[in-house]
Ligand binder design. Sequence first.
Ligand code: OSB
Ligand code: MG
Length: 376
Amino acid sequence: MFTIDAIHLREINLPLAHPFETSFGVTTGRRILLVELEGDGLTTWGECVAGEHPYFSDEMIDTAWIVTEGELAPRLLEATLEGGGSVPDLFKQVRGHRMAKAALENAVWEMTAQRKQTSLAKLLGGTQSVVPCGVSIGIQKSVEHLLDVIARELDCGYQRIKLKCKPGWDDQVFDAVRARWPEILLSCDANSAYRMRDFDQIAGWDRYKLLMIEQPLWFDDFYFHSMLQKRIETSLCLDESIRNRRDALAAIDMESCRIINVKVGRVGGFSEAIAVHNAAAERGVPVWCGGMLETGIGRAHNIALSSLPNFTLPGDVSASARYWSQDIIEPEVTVSAAGEIVVPDGIGSGFSVDRERIDALTVRRSSLKRKAQEKA
Ligand code: OSB
Ligand code: MG
């Protein structure tokens, strides 16, 4: 059993190496909430994946900051913990705010791994020593430019190309990509840009032999995705809709999707991510690990999660250099020519945090401390 003695929140600002455009907007730089826990003589970190705006989900960095500082951190500072698995119960009075919860919970898992002198991957139940990697490619200024970007990523070894799409950036793009690469593993992600009037068009995408179509309809929907899945051959994959294990079960049982994108922030932390993974595994539904333009802190946690046995499809976890001129961990995340990331087997996540660089990027801080305990 252990306690957390102090929690430090910071906001860092970090420009992206390349702007990232999705159907919901363009991101040129990130404002990121990091949490740092002190306890048991150790210091561990968590990254909140909430965006700059509430466009992907209803969370954003500023709501996460308020909820972390005012609700979650005080609960964690009062608790006696066995490990990361103790955290969801502490937070259960607070509804939603899953990305805020995940940052703290994941830092507790990291601390638990370090206390036990084991790797985070092993602690989570990981069994794979390497994870297959894909890339998520944003909407580009032209199809020609997109083809150049894809060619470069394939040269790096990435095993699957995911194209961000939206009405007007879809059929002609898929046509051009399939004309040049008829056989590559290809998928698309609409981030909820389509509606029922688009069903016939989406059914036409069966001709592109996509590995999956990710979240074409409303961000909170199961029923209409299920109607769409029944009309097409291509597998649907849900991202935004899956908030927890119950959602995964509902989606699988009503055939709203045949593949699930697991994002540890979106489901509220490693405990729930493992539960979603297990629910899908029990039903024979493959999962893969999504990304949220994380720094190395979140990326390292995604790598550990991706080592669980049902993460069988290439994820959106890729090299640090695709996002940042310089990451905030050492070593940076790299991908082999075979399109794989090696899962570290050292203690904890296997990466160390570059505190000097984080200090230089920090624009806001807040610290909370555990209250001195009364003598028994
Ligand atoms: O829908 O998977 C998504 C990035 C931000 C928000 C949502 C998504 C994404 C990505 C990028 O697709 C994944 C990554 O490379 O980190
Ligand atoms: Mg997605």
